[in-house]
Design a protein around this ligand. Structure first.
Ligand SMILES: Cc1cc2nc3c(=O)[nH]c(=O)nc-3n(C[C@H](O)[C@H](O)[C@H](O)COP(=O)(O)O)c2cc1C
Length: 324
């Protein structure tokens, strides 16, 4: 069976020029050029996460990815729009002629036109069908609809993937990419059945050999079970993380209704870097989704993607009534 035959839609494959409609998410301190390259080599879309990079470092990662990949292999860059130096990050992407940009955590109206004028494909991450519609009106090429199961920054309305995807599907004509809680091939089959054209996967990719994050973070994902993440920091920006000592401190702040300033002060000590990049279990922040309960190892990206495809195939057969 050719790879084209296994997917119900080819919208994502033709939009990005990839073999599989599986996207490795942009993730702070986690998705550097090595993860992006390893993913791109499997026929999925790899992505460099600019959220934790200074502009010059982003440029380096883009060049390293280009040098490692065969000419013309597609890959993307994720830019969280809340970054103070967002204009400089955007400029790096324009200078480097990045062809696929995923924007998140902000207003899609901000840079879509600029990127479109440069010839880039623009995808925006949304937590509601209402915002998906707005993205479509603004000329965005596809949306990632991210449910509350997802690791990292999250929508305030806490809509789960299972009800978000079909509502976004009904609201827009542009391709829909499901995200949040997809950690194996069964999740991919379910997302496509709900109407998505593709999936974006974060936490499962974070626990791979090639992720740039600290091994302690990868181990924490493996050790965590279904009840071991929490949606925290709700007063300044809901973020799903593993229940580490820092997460418990955030919960305590929330419990006593600490002020926004106090919470920001708690965060100002570079918690994301300390956790995900330096592996400091006591002080750091470890962003991960509820799918941690489905993750039990730290394989290479190639091994993991092969497994996703196998599991997806089995799930499809099951739905078709050909097995168990
Ligand atoms: C460690 C980590 C860091 C993340 N950082 C970012 C980021 O910088 N920008 C962004 O748009 N989303 C970020 N996310 C969200 C992912 O892009 C993705 O949408 C999400 O992980 C999907 O849900 P899943 O974790 O259940 O697979 C992050 C997620 C994780 C787990």
């Amino acid at each position: 069976m050719s790879s084209a035959d296994i997917w119900p839609s080819d919208k994502i494959q033709s939009l990005f020029g990839v073999q599989h409609p599986i996207i490795q998410a942009g993730m702070v301190w986690t998705s550097g050029w090595k993860l992006c390259v390893a993913t791109a080599r499997t026929g999925c879309l790899g992505m460099i996460g600019a959220g934790s990079m200074k502009p010059d470092l982003l440029r380096e990662h883009i060049n390293d990815a280009r040098n490692a990949l065969a000419e013309g292999t597609p890959f993307a860059v994720n830019i969280p729009l809340l970054r103070g130096d967002v204009k400089e990050l955007v400029q790096v992407c324009l200078d480097e002629h990045i062809k696929i940009v995923f924007t998140s955590a902000g207003n899609p109206a901000l840079f879509t036109e600029t990127f479109k004028k440069s010839g880039a494909i623009v995808v925006h991450v949304v937590p509601t069908a209402k915002l998906a519609k707005k993205c479509e009106e603004r000329g965005v090429d596809a949306v990632v609809c991210e449910g509350t199961e997802a690791g990292g920054h999250n929508g305030v309305d806490e809509i789960p993937t299972f009800v978000l995807v079909p509502q976004v599907r009904d609201a827009v004509q542009i391709p829909v990419i499901a995200a949040g809680g997809i950690a194996d091939g069964r999740g991919i089959a379910a997302a496509l059945a709900l109407g998505a054209d593709g999936v974006q996967i974060g936490t499962r990719f974070a626990a791979t050999q090639e992720a740039s994050s600290h091994v302690r973070f990868k181990q924490a994902i493996v050790e965590a079970g279904e009840t071991d993440t929490v949606l925290s920091l709700k007063n300044i920006g809901p973020t799903r993380m593993i229940k580490s000592p820092f997460a418990l401190k955030c919960a305590e702040f929330e419990h006593r209704c600490a002020s926004t300033e106090e919470t920001r002060e708690l965060l100002s000590q570079k918690r994301e870097r300390a956790g995900m990049f330096e592996g400091n279990w006591e002080e750091g922040q470890f962003e991960a989704g509820m799918g941690v309960g489905l993750i039990n190892d730290i394989p290479t990206v190639e091994q993991m993607v092969n497994r996703l495809l196998e599991e997806y195939h089995i799930a499809q057969m099951r739905i078709a009534g050909q097995q168990g």
